[in-house]
Design a protein around this ligand. Sequence first.
Ligand code: AMP
Ligand code: ZN
Length: 461
Amino acid sequence: MGTVLKLYNTLTREKVDFKPIDADNVRLYVCGPTVYDFAHIGNARPVIVFDVLFRLLRHVYGEAHVTYARNITDVDDKINARALRDFPGLPLNEAIRAVTEKTETQFLEDAKALGSLEPTIQPRATDNIAQMVEIIEKLIAKGHAYQAEGEVLFDTKSMADYGQLSKRNLDEQQAGARIAVDAHKKSPGDFVLWKLSDENEPGWESPWGRGRPGWHIECSAMSGRYLGDVFDIHGGGLDLIFPHHENEIAQSRCAHGTDVMANVWMHNGFLQLEGRKMSKSEGNFVTIYELLHTEKFGGRKWPGEVLRLAMLMTHYREPIDFSVKRLEEAERLLAKWPAAEPSTVAPDATVLAALADDLNTVAAVQAIHALAQAANADPAQLPAFAASAALLGVLPVKAEVDEAVAEAVDALVQMRLEMLKAKNFAEADKIRNDLAAKGIQLKDGKDAATGERVTTWELKR
Ligand code: AMP
Ligand code: ZN
């Protein structure tokens, strides 16, 4: 232990010394994906950022003393729409399951390919409906929720300090609200806890009839069930501060009668693609799957560790511009890092200090690069490099190559040399990039005696 983490808390808008409620069980909750479509590279940001936090907490408090819950939102009207579109022949519940299972499986594969550890718990919303109903019942009993036109709504005016996280006050919201649409609400900011389903919509029995939960109530139910009424850190992307996190706080605090829901609220900044907002309709959009497995972005596949390092080369609270140039930069850096066995020595103090300062991954990457150079010069330094790189989850692992693969790579390397001689640079680059996507790094040099170009290669993972 000994290391004190400083974390920026959105709730107080300042960096605070992190003090866990119980150092034997540090508890972190992060809002996970809504599983209706493949995750895009923006969705990868919280996955990677909070994985670094998870690794850091495990290092400081011990692996067995951190509980990380990241939920799967598998009930949502977007999922229903997708199920009807993609599986029109199936009964709705089966169509929904087909959509959510496929998307969830892909998300878990993506997260793994990005070098992220599995969270301790990955609860699904549909496995926690009873817990949601229980919270809603409490809210009604305590006068914080009411029924209107087939919905149960949270009464925002019933909570004196509603809006603390986003620093919005209710009167501001009132002014801009579309009153006509929301005529059944007591105040425009009131939000849905439960809504009745018609027979063509998924639904669960409840005291208010067959229906389905609103979005925010899921996270109150799952964090409460797995981490307790008050826990240490709650994370997600900046866009979730309002309304999602504000409303999670309102539900949990009012149901449980607590002053806070989580002590520290952390939010990652937004990701843009090639300098523009990511938008499907404008075609400026790429999924994690496409980056890893297709040639959609920059005309080639990208290894997961390159995507991860590229993400960590910007501080998590800053906006990030994801571009081919940035990925190439990350790849060049990673190519200079030695492959190493996982190590049990302590990570370097500079790296640890950087991460402990509100996850300064930019400084950590610089320090790791210096360690890599030291290890390249002196193999005795490899364990310190390996332990430090592992804290960031970007350790290039030494891999064995079987003979058939080695022959195939040799042949491709030879073919590339011929392409270079023929000045067919496009083809030569394509071979190099294809190999890089498989974790094979080429190194060009000159034969000392003949002066001819020679290329060696190495499998990085
Ligand atoms: P969603 O499935 O839209 O609820 O998003 C899942 C997670 O990804 C949330 O934590 C969002 O805040 C985050 N997220 C979505 N889009 C972006 C983006 N462009 N940049 C960074 N984070 C994002
Ligand atoms: Zn949430």
